[in-house]
Write a protein that binds this ligand. Sequence first.
Ligand code: NDP
Ligand code: GDR
Length: 303
Amino acid sequence: MPKSAFITGITGQDGSYLAELLLSKGYKVFGLVRRSSNTNLERISHIERDITLLQGDLLDQNSLANAIRHSQPDEIYNLAAQSFVATSWSQPELTGQFTALGVTRILEAIKTENPKIRFYQASSSEMFGSTPPPQSERTPFHPRSPYGVSKLYGHYATINYRESYDMFACSGILFNHESPRRGLEFVTRKVSNAAAQIKLGLLDKMKIGNLEAKRDWGFAGDYVRAMWMMLQADQPYDYVIATGISKSVRELVELAFKAVGLNYHDYVSVDPSLLRPAEVDYLCGDASYAEKHLGWKPAVSFE
Ligand code: NDP
Ligand code: GDR
């Protein structure tokens, strides 16, 4: 029997790469999509015929239980979230509903439908917030946004269901990971897109927020491999997934503009309205535990 997997957030960046990976391993893949007046399947249109999409929403407990009953998965990957940190200040309550309570809803649905299902929760380096690097599984959390606070709730909910009900529930504490499928509002796509448009004469200038924030940026394709590896392990555990190399937003901007033969100083200006109420200044992960226990290593570098 081929294994089957159910992915929430399948229409997002990570969901699309994970679905591809699982299909390549012979899985039957189910994905949760929420109803919208416009289709939103660009990232999975190339594999749409190979997967089964089920309607539901992290805000609706019943729809989650129905989707699990229908798909009978061996593994569930909870990737759905309000994932844009900046928006979490303007929509803090909704962010909590999706990103925090959504995790409890899906854990409850698993507990009721089949507690033997293996569960992956998409935790985040944003949970470390202001705690200085290097950040590992043993680093204390201090989130700095409603998003980070919500992710921390989901993280501890996952640990709590593992400890209370003996469920195979893991969290991957993933540092930033990017790709050509990244949403345009995130800084890597915003910058690479603007550099390309300016080069082509389609845009004059780019406004940016904090140039000094430092992030540990990896490639989404490498990171979904880690998610899958966590659910194949003998025991459930939580793992930091990162490259161990941190760069500033300024270095990212410089590199992107240089790649198209431009000097960023001529095109980029800081717009104070893009600064966040509280910033996460410096993230750099230590993924040595994942390397030792899962054999995971990133293949794609920042450059
Ligand atoms: P995206 O923003 O690209 O995708 C988010 C997904 O969640 C989309 O499919 C979206 O659906 C879905 N979604 C949002 N709200 C709901 C809801 N109420 N019900 C059902 N589905 C919903 O995120 P990424 O792929 O980048 O990230 C995946 C997960 O990993 C997220 O939980 C994110 O917070 C977390 N994470 C991401 C990191 C990164 O660097 N990318 C790092 C660490 C953690 P729709 O298409 O309808 O909007
Ligand atoms: P982040 O990603 O908040 O780390 O969350 P984002 O790309 O939005 O920001 C990274 C850093 O760049 C700074 N920045 C800007 N960011 C955006 N989006 N737009 C700008 O114009 C800009 N200027 C400077 C930010 O202040 C920040 O310091 C991502 C998401 O994928 C989360 O879901 C995930 O949990 C974390 O990564 C790990």
